[in-house]
Design a protein around this ligand. Structure first.
Ligand code: SF4
Length: 484
């Protein structure tokens, strides 16, 4: 069977794993790809020209078209599905986090035939095998599909317990589109034990609760090393970005990884940590292994917001101590922050500004709170009266995002946006200037163009190592897009 992935934005490991699993089972895959800054990255840009996708479908002749969709990508998925169905009579399946959380909503689109709920590697391969054998596939676990009698909603199968059994991701799919150059994106774990209400992990745990699955799973160190050695030979990689939700959950694994990675790979790498999973032993070992940059979610600098609203369960002291440990090792620290939570007042937002200006990360990312469909954060926003019908419709349609003014009915959304825009720049300015901005500037109304100019000027202050590599990848993707 021939499967064509249709995807937009940047390299996506989920797609690479499904493709590798299909290929291992003897099927053929290819991808139609639209390079873009929007969609997955929440900038909300839309492309209306899908000519090259239609051309690719014609050329490859797939038995099925597969999409992977985030919430923000879904409007594009609907547009392209409609265009494909205008030209071809081919089944279309949508997977990914949006289809997993909103399967009925996705299937309410006339042009989408099936949805894959949850982890897709085993489900899509079983579906493909059954289709190839011309068997009935209507009871394939994880797959929801339309039938004459309405929707068939199959239960999910247990999560894959041993991640080492999976084939290595099919990076060729994205490499030929210039999506990565010399940096490899890799995942050593799946799942996170925490339940932050704005993140998808608590939703996935609910979907899988009856399957008695182990939710947080970790590959063996040997498997990760083997994968990276393969990329070194095949693509000549010179750095690694670990995509794991929290890299330092298991100290024993981290120490074994650091020892082997340092000896056998030794390339500079980036990973994400939670402040309450940072200690000197692990961070020193990771630095010696090659870690040059670490991301750490602060989200809010206010104890009440962070712990009561966001359920992060960590103190300001833990955050400051984790930052101190990381910086003391000479690792570049990148923080992640959000403004505009339901019920958040301006003093609480200022606490987020202040904690960052205190610990002085090397760079930082700021976002506006965005409640994704089905999350506890959305429920909380509704309960607090911050969501009217129009905002709910926008959220369900994947409109709005982390980078723009809040979709909430929030009394301080303008101030939240000012803070989001100015913090990366302020972090690089002398301390003597901070008071003026914190007391005066953020409370004024500013023109949209001024805020856009500040955002542009701040770009170099976003993650130094990470963002420059990302920028080079974007340029290489667009070069391929406009020259091929
Ligand atoms: S710690 Fe991070 S990955 Fe885990 S649930 Fe919270 S936001 Fe999600």
């Amino acid at each position: 069977m021939r499967f064509l992935f249709v995807f937009r934005s940047v390299e996506w490991i989920g797609v690479e794993y499904i493709s590798a699993s299909l290929k291992r089972a003897g099927h053929e895959t290819d991808m139609a790809f639209e390079a873009d800054l929007g969609g997955t990255f929440y900038f909300g840009s839309r492309s209306r020209t899908h000519g090259s996708i239609i051309e690719k479908v014609r050329e490859f002749g797939p038995d099925m078209v597969l999409f992977s969709s985030t919430t923000q990508l879904f409007p594009w998925v609907k547009e392209v599905s409609r265009d494909i169905k205008e030209h071809f009579d081919i089944p279309i399946l949508v997977g990914g986090i949006h289809a997993t959380i909103q399967p009925e909503e996705v299937l309410s689109d006339d042009h989408i035939d099936m949805v894959c709920v949850g982890e897709g590697e085993e489900a899509i391969v079983e579906l493909a095998d059954r289709m190839q054998e011309e068997q009935d596939y209507s009871d394939t676990r994880n797959i929801w599909l339309k039938s004459e009698n309405g929707l068939i909603k199959n239960p999910v199968r247990p999560l894959i317990r041993d991640l080492d059994e999976l084939p290595f991701p099919d990076k060729d799919l994205f490499y030929k589109y210039g999506c990565f150059r010399k940096r490899a994106y890799v995942m050593a774990t799946r799942g996170c034990p925490y339940n932050c209400p704005y993140c998808f992990n608590h939703q996935l745990k609910r979907i899988y609760k009856d399957t008695r699955s182990l939710y947080v799973r970790r590959r063996s160190v040997g498997s990760v090393i083997e994968e990276l050695n393969g990329y070194r030979k095949r693509y000549g990689i010179n750095s690694v970005h670990f995509y794991d939700d929290t890299f330092t959950l298991d100290e024993g694994w981290v120490m074994e990884f650091a020892e082997r990675y340092g000896k056998e790979i030794g390339l500079p790498f980036y990973c994400l940590v939670r402040p309450d999973h940072v200690n000197e032993r692990m961070i020193e070992a990771l630095r010696k292994a090659g870690c040059v940059s670490m991301g750490m979610g602060i989200e809010s600098g206010n104890d009440h917001v962070r712990n009561q609203v966001l359920k992060r369960n960590m103190s300001n002291e833990q955050i400051l101590e984790a930052a101190r440990i990381i910086k003391a090792q000479g690792i570049k620290l990148v923080t992640f922050n959000m403004f505009g939570f339901p019920g958040e007042d301006t003093d609480q937002m200022l606490d987020t500004m202040r904690i960052n200006l205190d610990l002085r990360p090397d760079s930082l990312f700021t976002f506006i709170f965005y409640p994704f469909p089905g999350t506890d954060a959305l429920r909380m926003a509704v309960e607090q009266g911050c969501i009217d019908d129009k905002s709910m419709e926008m959220i369900m349609n994947g409109e709005g995002g982390f980078q723009r003014e809040s979709v909430l009915d929030h009394p301080y959304k303008g101030i939240a946006y000012n803070m989001k825009v100015i913090l990366p720049l302020l972090n690089k300015m002398p301390r003597s200037t901070h008071d003026y901005f914190l007391k005066k500037w953020v409370f004024r109304e500013h023109s949209g163009s001024l805020l856009s100019i500040i955002s542009l000027v701040s770009l170099p202050f976003y993650s130094s190592w990470e963002s420059w590599e990302r920028a080079r990848e974007q340029i290489s993707m667009f070069k391929v897009r406009f020259t091929s």
